[in-house]
Design a protein around this ligand. Structure first.
Ligand code: UD1
Ligand code: CA
Length: 449
């Protein structure tokens, strides 16, 4: 059975107290929306519809960044979850498979759970994902009769007896497209919130004699983010899961509780990660690499055998080939370091190509920015860049070249050449001693006076 996804992401999320739409707040370095979309993508959906409203442009951009094939449907006014689903109808016209409705603010739903829901569709026209809540709070309550779900009652509309129910609505619903839109059409707004509740489709389906089933999952999966505190708790839960997965996959984390991962972090087996390392989005680390303490990595690739840190920063576009060494207080951005290259101390390497086995001395800076444009520094193989070299880009250093320490290199250096770009040293014999004598005498005289 083919599947399409409808992801509801139009709500304001007023309890976040934010100018940013709720679904764009980051969790593991990726917007909440991306988490929901990723879980759904495991079903290999035929169509993906993201319903936008508040902050529609930004939400649409995030949706397309996560899945360029997704279609955005705009809900101009947020009249409720059923109304939101109805906005997806034009995009799903002619689609005859199942529709899975997900919420953009519910990041932890597992794809296996969605698969279980799909399987349950063989027995039921509509399948709802439910969970036993520790504290049912304001969740919609699931009213069961045997194994049939009779209705979902929103907290605001629930009687005290209904509020006592612990089986709650996660919000995830699965039905075939035709049935879903027929049911949604029958939903009214005669309730405490004056909204078109998607949850009402359950009672309507039952009135029509359709079977409605519940698939249960762990409460942790259905955690919806409504406040900053919930976002922080979700981040902690996400990090705990990523750490456990990394350890399971054979990565050594010396102090797991201090490592921060992003949704897409990939780390190979037998890599070693020291304490207090942050992985921003887009990082891959190959097997056997060593990331020492206090490094910050984002949008970069670290190959097998490479060593990074402590206290190194790899920014987007940093590509470290095998056995590259990047040491303490080194920042690398948009630069390719070929096999065995070394940048061991206190350097900034930006917009550069560094050839294999090249050694970059301490305190080297690629001066890549002229205030308007960025320029590239291209350095060949086996080059020795002396300490404290300023490489004023655009500039090229040929294979086997050298620069003298403290040089400011403004023109290309041919292969095999030594370039010195610094003031010539002058040495005055005995002058240091004479100078100090004079200064000390001056000090003694001042004390007397
Ligand atoms: C909803 C459910 C509730 C369930 C809970 C789980 C309804 C009526 N209630 O309540 O049973 O226990 O989720 O977290 O469905 N949205 C739109 N357009 C709208 C309204 C909402 O896109 O007009 C989106 C929101 O952005 C959000 C999702 O739908 O992603 C859920 O909306 P929200 O207002 O948070 O619903 P709850 O009151 O939490
Ligand atoms: Ca909610």
């Amino acid at each position: 059975m083919s599947v399409s996804l409808v992801i509801l992401a139009a709500g304001l999320g007023s309890r976040m107290n934010s100018d940013t739409p709720k679904v764009l707040h980051p969790l593991g370095g990726a917007p909440l929306l991306a988490h929901a979309m990723r879980a759904g993508s495991m079903l290999a959906p035929e169509r993906v519809v993201v319903v936008t409203g508040h902050g529609a442009e930004a939400v649409a951009r995030a949706a397309l960044a996560e899945n360029p094939e997704a279609t955005v449907a705009h809900q101009a006014e947020q009249l409720g979850t059923a109304h939101a689903v109805a906005q997806a109808r034009p995009v799903l016209s002619g689609f005859r498979g199942d529709v899975v409705v997900l919420y953009g603010d519910t990041p932890f739903v597992q794809s296996e759970t969605l698969e279980r829901m799909q399987a349950a569709r063989e027995r039921h026209a509509v399948v709802v994902l439910g969970f036993e809540a520790g504290d049912p709070g304001r969740y919609g309550r699931l009213v069961m009769a045997g194994d049939q779900l009779e209705s979902i009652v929103e907290f605001k509309d629930a009687t005290p007896e209904e509020r006592a129910l612990r089986l709650c609505n996660s919000g995830v619903i699965c039905a075939d497209a035709v049935t879903l839109f027929e049911l949604v059409d029958s939903v009214g707004s005669d309730n405490a919130a004056g909204e078109f509740y998607l949850t009402d489709i359950v009672a309507i389906a039952r009135q029509k004699g359709l079977s409605v089933g519940v698939v249960r999952c762990d409460e942790a999966e259905t955690l919806g983010i409504n406040t900053r505190a919930e976002l922080a708790a979700a981040e902690a839960a996400f990090q705990a899961r990523m750490r456990a997965e990394a350890l399971e996959n054979g990565v050594t984390l010396i102090a797991p509780e201090t490592i921060h991962f992003a949704l897409d972090t990939v780390i190979g087996r037998d890599a070693i990660v020291g304490p207090n390392v942050v992985f921003g989005p887009g990082v891959t680390v190959e097997s056997g690499a060593l990331i020492r303490a206090f490094c910050h990595l984002e949008g970069c690739h670290v190959s097998r055998g490479a060593q990074v840190g402590p206290f190194a920063r790899l920014r987007p576009g940093a590509e470290l080939a095998e056995d590259v060494h990047v040491g303490n207080f080194v920042e690398i951005k948009n630069a390719i370091l070929d096999e065995g290259a070394k940048v061991n101390h206190l350097s900034y390497i930006g917009d550069a190509d560094i050839g294999e086995k090249t050694n970059i001395g301490a305190g080297t800076i690629t001066c890549n920015y002229d205030g308007v444009f960025k320029h590239r520094t291209v350095i060949g193989k086996r080059v020795f860049v002396g300490s404290d070299t300023m490489l004023v880009a655009p500039v090229r250093l040929g294979d086997d070249a050298m620069t003298g320490s403290g040089s400011v290199i403004t023109s290309d250096v041919p292969a095999g050449a030594l370039a010195l770009g610094r003031a010539r040293q002058e040495t005055k014999p005995g002058l240091a001693l004479r100078l100090m004598e004079r200064l000390r005498a001056l000090k003694a005289k001042k004390k007397e006076g």
